[in-house]
Design a protein around this ligand. Structure first.
Ligand code: PMV
Length: 323
């Protein structure tokens, strides 16, 4: 096998963001917008990358120089993924990667982690190593940490396992949940969130007010545990309430924004069972839990408040080889 095509889903955080960076659980669902990577073995011992969705065209360097020199931000995750793979499982050939995405990297659906997962899955198949999901997770998570320094790995887990997961920091627990349908409306703020900067600001807050922030994390942990039970029971009214509470704690943490609050308020006034930001905050998307009856009212209220509706479905399949 010389060439393989792999795809992995994006993600949406349902509960537990930020707290999950500090040894707490979260609930995450994979979405049906996918990142695709075609990975080819070449005989020139070069690493080549075309990633039009992040403005990378004809990027290349020798395989033994991976991770060195100036690396454009759009190439970092794929380059470090290949580097980490060959450090563990040396290859005697070159690697050409071409990525394509169903979604813009602006939305916060996790395109960087999905591309990392795709490339590592492809190399694992092409080299015959056939890594299981946990090994794939560990190598992908290491790649994300090499670049970002911090992060829980929830996005990597969603890209690999798909579905809806109960996840604890660093993959200490990755538990797939059997949930048939989560009826969500997703509103994009139009603003790209800078996850690394927001995580750093939360870290500063933790240093300044450790007890207060720990209390917030404990409360978010409790909500996440309760939300897991109520989601499994299909008690969406309660899940909606928990979303509202989770949003209050995120606001306390200082990671919400005016635009997010406006979209969340609009969704609530239009009859959503609950609504909150999803991910780091500061921008990206908010989510609202709806019923079939309220969906269209919530969607139009979010649009009126200046949001863009993202038509994505939760509970999507994890990484897979495309035929
Ligand atoms: O910005 P996003 O959607 O990648 O979400 C970040 C979520 C955090 O909990 C803040 C960070 C993490 O790695 O879990």
């Amino acid at each position: 096998m010389k060439k393989i095509k792999v795809s992995a889903p994006g993600k949406l955080m349902l509960f537990g963001e930020h707290a999950v960076v500090y040894d707490r659980p979260c609930l995450v669902t994979a979405v049906d917008q996918r990142l695709k990577a075609t990975v080819e073995i070449t005989d020139d011992n070069m690493f080549c990358l075309d990633a039009p969705e992040v403005d990378i065209a004809g990027y290349q360097k020798p395989m033994d120089c991976l991770g060195t020199g100036e690396i454009p931000s759009g190439a970092k995750f794929v380059e470090f993924a290949v580097k980490n793979f060959i450090e563990k499982y040396p290859l005697t050939y070159g690697v050409k990667v071409t990525t394509a995405s169903d979604f813009s990297s602006q939305f916060g659906f996790g395109s960087s982690s999905a591309s990392t997962v795709c490339v590592l899955k492809a190399l694992s198949e092409l080299s015959g190593k056939k890594l299981d999901n946990k090994k794939l997770f560990d190598l992908s998570y290491k790649t994300v940490l090499d670049i970002q320094g911090k992060g829980s790995g929830f996005d990597v887990a969603a890209a690999i396992y798909g579905g809806t997961l109960y996840f604890v920091t660093g993959g200490k627990v990755i538990e797939p949940l059997t949930i048939n349908e989560i009826s969500l409306v997703i509103g994009y703020t139009g603003i790209k969130a800078d996850t690394v900067t927001i995580m750093a600001s939360v870290f500063e807050k933790m240093k300044a007010q450790p007890e207060r922030v720990e209390r917030i994390y404990d409360a978010i942990e409790k909500l996440t545990e309760d939300a897991k039970i109520k989601m499994l029971e299909g008690d969406w009214e309660r899940v909606g309430k928990f979303m509202d509470f989770n949003q209050e704690y995120l606001r306390d943490l200082g990671v919400s924004s005016e635009k997010l609050e406006a979209l969340i308020l609009a969704a609530k006034h239009a009859g959503a069972l609950g609504a909150k930001l999803s991910g780091a905050g500061g921008g990206d998307c908010m989510i609202a839990l709806v019923t079939n009856d309220t969906r269209k009212f919530v969607e139009s209220a979010i649009e009126k408040a200046g949001g863009q509706i993202m038509h994505v479905k939760p509970n999507a399949k994890g990484v897979r080889v495309e035929v």
